[in-house]
Design a protein around this ligand. Structure first.
Ligand SMILES: [Mg+2]
Length: 309
């Protein structure tokens, strides 16, 4: 099977979005933009041995590759629309490719994003997805809008993926819930869209809550106080924290793909109405302050978030 056969067999499916004029199969993709909208784009690479282990299933690899990119577009408050896939494969393994392709297609249909192009090469297993989204002009949620007095919030529970990773590296079998949280994160696309008229700043939690919230604070030239006891954690992780008195996992674990955002106090009522239909818990964990830096109340142990190099 050559490259063209491979693309045809595994990465070409009907595109339902009428804004895509030319999808897979030409030199480049063409799509139309609605007037008054801006393009939001992001790219993420997942490499075997770095971002996932050799025994991760093709289904989970596809899901995570797409989810982490959807999550970045969600953090901008934008609607994900199109994506390209560059995949490097050590060999052509038809059953692996079928599983990968089915999973990618399934999730892309769920989030209504169209695969419009890409590249396939021979080499160590690595997946790069570039996601393209759209948003009404100058509505994008950035990291730089947080102001003193705004509440600091997170979605879902924090630290499940980190707890799973901690268990795996310590020879403890994680629960199926924890494995799912690590391998198949849920991108908070609906929440991001709801937040675009509400939040003053937003980021997705990929490298650890402490580090990612600090990005908002630096970009916004503000500080924050958060209380560890308020960070929403799952029951099993809560027991682990009670036993060890160690909040490192929720603070630094990373790979959560929940959203961390700030909301002006005045928006509180509106916020209940807008966020309720998003079907995810939202928790206030602290407040933005004028004095710079992140103050963490309730835990002063050593901390180190994920570093890429
Ligand atoms: Mg991000």
């Amino acid at each position: 099977m050559n490259e063209f056969g491979l693309i045809l067999e595994y990465f070409t499916w009907p595109i339902k979005d009428p804004s895509v004029t030319i999808g897979v199969g030409d030199d480049a993709a063409v799509f139309s933009l609605e007037k008054g909208y801006q393009v939001v784009t992001t790219t993420d690479t997942l490499t075997e041995g770095i971002h996932f282990s050799a025994n991760t299933s093709a289904k989970d690899i596809a899901q995570k590759s797409l989810a982490v990119n959807l999550s970045d577009v969600a953090a901008m408050g934008a609607k994900p629309k199109y994506f390209t896939l560059a995949i490097s494969l050590p060999k052509i393994d038809k059953s692996w490719l079928k599983e990968f392709s089915d999973s990618l297609r399934h999730l892309s249909e769920q989030y209504e994003v169209s695969l419009v192009g890409g590249d396939t090469t021979n080499g160590p297993l690595s997946i790069t997805i570039t996601m393209i989204g759209t948003i009404e002009s100058s509505k994008a949620l950035t990291r730089s809008g947080a102001r003193p007095g705004d509440g600091v919030y997170v979605s879902g529970t924090i630290g499940d993926a980190g707890f799973c990773f901690w268990k795996l590296t310590n020879g403890i079998v994680p629960s199926s819930y924890e494995l799912k949280r690590l391998n198949c994160p849920i991108p908070r696309v609906e929440l991001g869209l709801a937040l675009k008229n509400l939040a003053s700043a937003c980021i997705d939690v990929s490298d650890g809550l402490e580090q990612d919230l600090s990005h908002i604070l630096k970009s916004s030239s503000v500080g924050a106080i958060i209380e560890v006891e308020k960070i929403p954690v799952s029951e099993a992780l809560h027991i682990h924290i009670e036993d060890t008195n160690d909040w490192t996992i929720p603070l630094c674990g990373g790979d959560d793909y929940e959203l961390c955002f700030t909301i002006p106090e005045g928006n509180k009522e509106l916020f209940k109405k807008v966020l309720e239909p998003c079907n995810v818990n939202i928790t206030r964990i602290g407040v933005v302050t004028e004095s710079l830096g992140l103050q963490i109340e309730g835990f002063d142990g050593p901390r180190s978030s994920y570093q890429h190099f």
